[in-house]
Design a protein around this ligand. Structure first.
Ligand code: MV4
Length: 446
């Protein structure tokens, strides 16, 4: 096992990883930018190193500074968390060259799945269901029209690289295809440098269902059930739950087998996620794979009892999975609300000083956060300040707990999305489980 792990991240996920290290008896090293000197991950870790100025490109994204910090402190492994360098294959490559273990997938795993055109083509080849669409990337506006006509309207154009909702365009009719193709090309070239576009049939009101998987270096792969991440606004997830309210144990087993097969196709190692879109008839299609621990991983931990971060660490140390597929059981129901430092109506960031704070507590409540009273939420980084997670005996119990926990949660000095979550929880369609990825635009757009 490792002696010392460096955490190449900040905020709540850095704390989450430090906690796993403590429980495993491993020393931890925090890295931080100059403006993060007072951050909680710095106080929680055994050691800390300042790696650069506020701009992420010069600190949390700067590989040479992070490797130097690992070498100075004698860390034998690096955990990247989510975001930042977590899906950059250069970090595991440089780690390997420096004799440091990267806690995550192989650089090949990351590369293969990082390009969505390639990922879909690999999955199609393995017999995994994918959405009818272009065979690979589209080279010209003329080709886009031919493909769109063949699969039928509406269609969606997507960028092969990148993510976060950039480079997506729904096209309703033939007359708009060429223009949309040229526009999306320009848009994504500016955003990602690369400009590869592919086309899929546009599914109406799908659910975003993702399966958590774990793979070890001996080639064993298991799944830990699904998360329903359909509650999104502008491609930002706001609330996630496990299990999905409308998936039966039989359907879970079938989709889980598909997810394991998808991960096995690329020889996947570590924690990862297979994303599906599911239509109202229960048909599901692979759309992409995430090769990192995700923000919403706690809902899976709550319903399975598995510590996913500890599993990542054990897998990276070369241990084989002790958990077999038949040992994985789903208990009760879990919901996570992402609390952001944002205006709850306009969703624009509202950084600033937290002048008063009260966290909810009691049975079934988990608060993953790095904020504290008098902490100043910085404008330089993501506006996620807290993940409020509940676990109940069933969905109704979890909803009641979340409602109660949101009521107990007080933050003063900055605006947060707590009032928004209270409105979502009061919504009848949401409470009944009748929602798709269009839920927020249907119910909350003004
Ligand atoms: C889709 C889709 C419908 N059909 N793909 C992909 C990235 C994710 N953040 C949203 N994505 C979607 N992919 C097919 N084939 C619907 C979405 C989608 C969406 C698309 C355009 C505008 C808003 C959307 C909101 C949720 C989901």
């Amino acid at each position: 096992m490792f002696q010392k792990i460096l955490i190449a991240n900040r905020g709540e996920i850095a704390l989450r990883i430090i906690r796993a290290c403590k429980e495993l008896g491993i020393k931890s090293v925090a890295v931080h930018s100059t403006v993060d000197a007072n951050a909680l991950h710095v106080k929680f870790a055994d050691e800390s190193v300042c790696i650069g100025p506020a701009a992420s490109s010069k600190s949390y994204l700067h590989i040479p500074s992070i490797i130097s910090a690992a070498e100075i402190t004698g860390a034998d492994a690096i955990h990247p968390g989510y975001g930042f360098l977590s899906e950059n294959p250069a970090l595991p490559e440089v780690c390997e060259a420096c004799g440091i273990t990267f806690i995550g997938p192989t650089p090949e795993n990351i590369r293969l799945m990082g390009n969505k055109v390639r990922a879909i083509s690999i999955m199609k080849g393995a017999g995994i269901p994918t959405i009818p669409g272009s065979d690979g990337q589209i080279e010209s506006a003329e080709e886009a029209v031919i493909v769109a006509d063949k699969i039928g309207y509406p269609i969606i154009m997507k960028a092969a690289e990148g993510g976060g909702g950039k480079g997506l365009r729904v096209v309703e009719k033939k007359e708009d295809v060429a223009k949309s193709f040229n526009l999306i090309k320009k848009e994504i070239e500016a955003a990602f440098g690369e400009a590869n576009v592919y086309i899929e049939k546009f599914l109406i009101n799908p659910k975003h269902i993702e399966f958590q998987i774990l793979g070890d270096s001996s080639g064993q792969i298991i799944h830990l059930g699904e998360r329903d991440c359909s509650i999104q606004r502008r491609h930002q997830k706001l609330l996630e739950e496990a299990p999905c309210a409308i998936i039966s144990p039989k359907q879970r087993e079938k989709m889980g087998k598909t997810a394991v097969k998808a991960a096995a196709t690329v020889g996947y190692v570590s924690a990862g996620t297979i994303e599906f879109l599911m239509d109202s008839d229960g048909n599901y299609y692979f759309i992409e794979m995430n090769t990192r621990i995700q923000v919403e991983h706690p809902v899976t931990e709550m319903v399975t009892g598995v510590d996913l971060v500890k599993e990542q660490i054990r897998i990276a140390a070369g241990e084989s999975l002790k958990l077999k597929q038949e040992d994985v059981k789903i208990f009760g129901h879990s919901i996570e609300c992402r609390i952001n430092a944002e205006d709850p109506d306009k969703f624009i960031p509202c950084p600033g000083k937290i002048t008063a704070l009260n966290f909810p507590g009691g049975p079934g409540i988990r608060v993953d956060t790095a904020i504290y009273t008098d902490y100043t939420v910085l404008p330089n980084y993501d506006s996620l300040i807290c993940k409020l997670i509940v676990h109940g005996i069933d969905r109704e119990d979890a909803l009641a707990k979340m409602n109660r926990a949101l009521e107990e949660f007080h933050v003063e000095g900055i605006k947060t999305t707590i009032p928004f979550h209270r409105k979502v929880l009061a919504n009848k369609a949401f409470r009944e489980g009748h929602f798709s990825t269009n839920f927020i635009s249907e119910h909350f757009s003004k």
